[in-house]
Design a protein around this ligand. Structure first.
Ligand code: FAD
Length: 317
């Protein structure tokens, strides 16, 4: 079922989660181990992140450097199918622009359509470690908006390089990313929201936010979206802080603020067991406030670890 249908049918705030594919040496059981404990909360859907390959340079005979692609985690198609079959829950694969040409994107979408997957989250992806800025693949997309357009075209039966309507239309419900604290490359939030709006105008039907630890940032973001006539559901993304290290890592990677109170409470902890407890309590409070504000769904970034989310969900669902 489409995310938008889940939301329309729901009588209260939904529960959903995001998992990341395990490192390639691990099997599917490691995914199930992260999902099983959370199934009692009846997730409306489970997102599966996509991780593009990384590149290393190896010195070869004659001194030249060979660029080698290393795949660390499996892709989303197989994992999404496995989750759907085992739990009878909607799995949402993340599709990114980075590393994909238009043809390769279309192939992945054809596979997902064949498997009966109804939703995708369309993203640009970040630059690879060896590049300062995002570089699209030859004949790939530079922005998520172009990817949304490609999926919308497929939804109208227009496949790349083929006659219009020569094939059956797909029916993907497309979600996109939104940033209550602004995407780090955007010059300001207003411009970022204008680009967010182009993704909605191109056919995206819902937004999932970057994690935030201060609910007022989300509320303000939703209000600004409304002012710009962005009227699709905006699903808040939540993460539980679990270590002191994350106080600096999360702002660095995700370009978000840690509120002063959370920072002080975390710094006062004697170890990371205590930090996790603080993180759970903070996230529980955030969740309760957001449910009271009637958000459509709470989306938990579990990173494949379920116990913290389980503690929060027990208090809220
Ligand atoms: P875009 O919407 O393309 O925006 C990127 C930047 O370009 C923004 O600053 C925007 O303002 C600007 N911009 C947009 N259009 C234009 C234009 N036409 N001209 C100029 N500037 C423009 N990454 C992964 O690799 N795998 C994942 O599974 C994954 N899942 C995610 C899930 C969520 C919910 C979120 C919030 C992020 C996720 N990411 C993932 C990270 C994401 O790929 C990065 O944040 C990336 O840097 C931006 O992706 P985007 O889809 O928001 O890009």
């Amino acid at each position: 079922m489409k995310v938008t249908e889940h939301i329309t049918k729901a009588k209260s705030t939904l529960f959903s989660m995001e998992i990341l594919p395990p490192l390639k040496s691990k099997g599917i059981q490691s995914i199930y181990d992260g999902i099983d404990p959370l199934m009692e909360f009846k997730p409306a859907f489970v997102d599966v992140t996509y991780h593009r390959e990384e590149y290393i340079y190896k010195k070869r005979e004659g001194g030249y450097l060979e660029k080698i692609a290393i795949r660390k985690r499996p892709g989303t198609v197989g994992i999404s199918a496995a989750i759907m079959n085992k739990y009878k829950v909607d799995a949402i694969p993340h599709i990114i622009c980075g590393g994909f040409s238009r043809e390769e994107t279309e192939s992945a979408l054809i596979d997902l359509h064949f498997l009966g997957i109804d939703n995708v989250l369309a993203l640009r992806g970040d630059s690879i470690k060896t590049e300062n800025t995002f570089v699209p693949e030859p004949n790939g997309h530079a922005f998520a908006n172009d990817l949304v357009k490609q999926i919308s075209n497929l939804n109208q039966g227009n496949y790349y390089n083929e006659e219009p309507n020569a094939n059956a239309a797909t029916h993907f419900c497309v979600g996109v990313a939104g940033y209550p604290e602004k995407h780090f490359e955007a010059p300001n939030l207003g411009i970022d929201l204008e680009y967010l709006k182009t993704k909605i105008n191109s056919g995206a039907e819902y937004i999932v936010t970057q994690m935030f630890f201060d609910n007022s940032k989300y509320i303000e973001f939703v209000n600004r979206c409304k002012l710009m006539d962005i009227n699709v559901p905006i699903i808040p993304g939540l993460k539980i802080l679990t270590s002191k290290k994350q106080l600096t890592i999360l702002p660095k990677i995700f370009h978000i603020d840690i509120p002063e109170d959370l920072y002080k409470a975390t710094m006062a902890c004697k170890d990371d067991v205590a930090v996790k407890q603080v993180g759970i309590e903070w996230c529980t409070q955030q969740s309760k406030e957001l449910i009271a504000a009637k958000v459509p769904c709470l989306h938990f970034y579990t990173m494949g670890v379920s116990d913290g989310t389980k503690n929060v969900a027990k208090e809220c669902f």
